[in-house]
Design a protein around this ligand. Structure first.
Ligand code: ADP
Ligand code: ADP
Ligand code: ZN
Length: 214
C-alpha cells in the first residue's frame, strides 16, 4: 500500500499519518520531519535547508526527492508507505513516479484532506509535539490525556516548530496554492484521488481514511 496525504499546512497530514502508522504498521515518510532532523544534525542538507524552511518557502526538489528515495531504499518491499508533505510540486510528483517504479511500487490512493483555510492558522499556531517521540498535539484540539505528559512515551518535554508562526504560515499556504494544489490533476487523471473532509474531528477523519484504505 502506497498512499499520499495531500493538503495545506495544518490540514492534519502528520496527525493522520501517525495514526496510520500505529494502526497498520505503515511507514510515514515526511520530508518535513526528515528536513528538521537534517537541520538539527547540521548535515549539509540541513544547513542549506534551514533558512528556506524558516521563511516558509520550498526546499529544492532534488533534495527532498533524494531524501524520499533513500528512505524507501531502507524499507522492506512489504512495508506500506504514507507520503506526508511530499510531493509538493509537479517535479516532485514525477520524481516520485520514477522512485516508486524503481522499487516495484505504485500509488494506491491520493487522499486529499479538504479543509477550510480559515481554520489553519489556529491549528498551526496551537501545534506542538513531544520532544522525545514526536507525537503531535494541539493546545486545544488534541491535548495529552494527563496534562504535561506525553500519551505515547511519558515524556514531559514538548517542542514547537520555529516556522509555526502566523507570518510563515501565510507564506506556506501561498506556496501550497501556487505549487502543490496544481499537482492534483495529475492524480485525478489516474482516478486515484479520494477526498476526505478534514474539518471533522481527528477521530472521524481517521475513520474516513480507514474506510478508503482497507
Ligand atoms: P499537517 O501535517 O497537515 O501540517 P498536523 O497533522 O500537524 O498538520 O495538524 C496541525 C495541528 O492541528 C496539530 O496540532 C493537530 O493536533 C491539529 N489537528 C489535526 N487534525 C485536526 C482536526 N481534524 N481537528 C482539529 N485539529 C486538528
Ligand atoms: P506543513 O505540512 O506543516 O506545512 P512540513 O513539515 O511538511 O510542514 O514542511 C515544513 C517545511 O519543510 C516546508 O515549509 C518546506 O520549507 C520544507 N519542506 C517539507 N517538505 C517539502 C517538500 N516536499 N518540498 C519542498 N520543501 C519541503
Ligand atoms: Zn512522547
Amino acid at each position: 500500500m502506497n498512499i499520499i496525504l495531500l493538503g495545506p499546512p495544518g490540514a492534519g497530514k502528520g496527525t493522520q499519518s501517525q495514526r496510520l502508522v500505529a494502526r497498520y504498521g505503515m511507514r510515514q515518510l515526511s520530508t518535513g520531519d526528515m528536513l528538521r532532523a537534517a537541520v538539527k544534525a547540521q548535515t549539509p542538507v540541513g544547513l542549506q535547508a534551514k533558512a528556506v524552511m524558516d521563511a516558509g518557502e520550498l526546499v529544492s526538489d532534488e533534495i527532498v526527492s533524494a531524501l524520499i528515495s533513500a528512505e524507501l531504499e531502507s524499507m522492506s518491499d512489504e512495508m506500506g508507505a504514507i507520503f506526508d508533505g511530499y510531493p509538493r510540486t509537479a517535479e516532485q510528483a514525477h520524481a516520485l513516479d520514477a522512485i516508486l517504479d524503481q522499487h516495484g511500487r505504485s500509488l494506491d490512493h491520493v487522499i486529499e484532506l479538504d479543509v477550510n483555510v480559515d481554520a489553519l492558522v489556529e491549528r498551526i499556531t496551537g501545534r506542538y509535539s513531544c520532544a522525545n517521540c514526536g507525537k503531535g498535539y494541539h493546545d486545544v484540539f488534541e491535548q495529552p490525556r494527563q496534562p504535561g505528559i506525553c500519551d505515547k512515551c511519558g515524556s514531559t518535554e514538548f517542542k514547537r516548530r520555529p516556522d509555526d508562526n502566523e507570518a510563515t504560515v501565510r507564506t506556506r499556504m501561498a506556496e501550497y496554492r501556487a505549487k502543490t494544489a496544481p499537482i492534483l490533476p495529475i492524480y485525478e487523471k489516474r482516478g486515484i484521488v479520494r477526498r476526505v473532509d478534514g474539518m471533522e474531528d481527528i477521530d472521524e477523519v481517521t475513520a474516513a481514511i480507514a474506510r478508503i484504505i482497507v
